[in-house]
Design a protein around this ligand. Structure first.
Ligand SMILES: [Fe+2]
Length: 301
């Protein structure tokens, strides 16, 4: 049976049913991969993948980006519940990282090698809210006026997790977790051409700051204007999770954010990140003034 692909009422996204992600035959995989390139966000309701099945599905898209210290751990929990079952408090580092995820961003743009794709599956969901939302940066670029397109052509921004967390009052030291490194802040063009589809997309989000050639205020004003313009209908989709749902998205051309919920309730997501292609997602870095040392490296590890 061929999978059913129902486009979402937005410029991105489709809901894919009538398939089992854990058992994809070659023809169905080709259909899924083509839909990924066309829609950039694919929602697979009720798949209930095991961790190994989720990693294997992500692995079809490319190498896994290792987020945990243990290289054998290829999926990580994104949760406000600690291993001992208690709920994180507002002063905890991980809690502040979760709240940071509520700003529009693209995964690992602050690493030398940015991510290709991300997979999330819902394990435990709160009784209300806690959606994930995506915004289409291809359609956003297409919707820009000609003067703005001309203005941003040739501009780049630095990407830093120290920067984005500092904007919510979370000042972090190097080594405190993934992304808080001394490799420097990657410099990435504001317009990214998709390596497969050739479509240009805005490459922005909360990690982006400090556009060379602009002063800090101009840079901040331009970047926040672009995010504000880009992340609105018809370019956005918010998914209300049910346990077992799986979503994959293309970090090269969409932004995403978590939505708030009652943080006294547990929310447990399982995340697997697909590494970018060094040919198209690797960037050189400049000193990140918030990281003490500057030890350039082209490796994320
Ligand atoms: Fe994210």
């Amino acid at each position: 049976m061929a999978p059913r692909i129902a486009p979402i009422d937005a410029t991105l996204g489709a809901v894919v049913t009538d398939l089992e992600l854990a058992r994809l035959d070659p023809a169905t995989w080709q259909t899924v991969e083509a839909a990924f390139h066309e829609y950039a966000v694919l929602v697979f309701p009720g798949q209930n993948l095991t961790e190994a099945e989720q990693v294997a599905f992500a692995n079809r898209f490319g190498e896994i980006e290792l987020l945990a210290a243990d290289p054998e751990q290829k999926a990580v929990p994104i949760s406000n519940q600690k291993p001992d079952g208690t709920i994180m408090g507002p002063d905890e580092h991980r809690y502040k990282s979760l709240r940071g995820n509520e700003g529009w961003h693209t995964d690992s743009s602050y690493m030398p090698l940015a991510a290709k794709a991300s997979v999330l599956s819902a394990q435990v969901v709160p009784s209300a809210a806690g959606e994930t939302e995506w915004a289409d940066m291809r359609a956003a670029y297409e919707a820009l006026d000609e003067a703005t397109r001309r203005r941003i052509a040739g501009l780049s921004a630095h990407h830093s997790l120290y920067h984005s967390q500092a904007t919510i009052g979370h000042v972090v030291s190097p080594g405190a977790g993934y992304g808080f490194h001394t490799k420097g802040a990657p410099l990435r063009p504001l317009v990214k051409v998709h390596p497969v589809t050739g479509r240009p997309a805005l490459f922005i989000g909360r990690h982006a700051h400090a556009i060379p050639g602009l002063d800090a205020a101009e840079s901040e004003a331009l970047l926040s204007h672009l995010v504000d313009f880009a992340c609105r209908p018809p370019r956005i989709y918010a998914h209300s999770w049910r346990p077992g749902d799986v979503v994959i998205w293309d970090n090269r051309c969409v932004l995403h954010r978590a939505r708030p919920y009652d943080y006294r309730e547990p929310r447990i997501m399982r995340h697997t990140r697909v590494a970018g292609d060094p040919a198209t997602e690797l960037a050189s870095t400049d000193r990140d003034e918030r990281a003490g040392a500057y030890e350039p490296s082209s490796s994320n590890r």
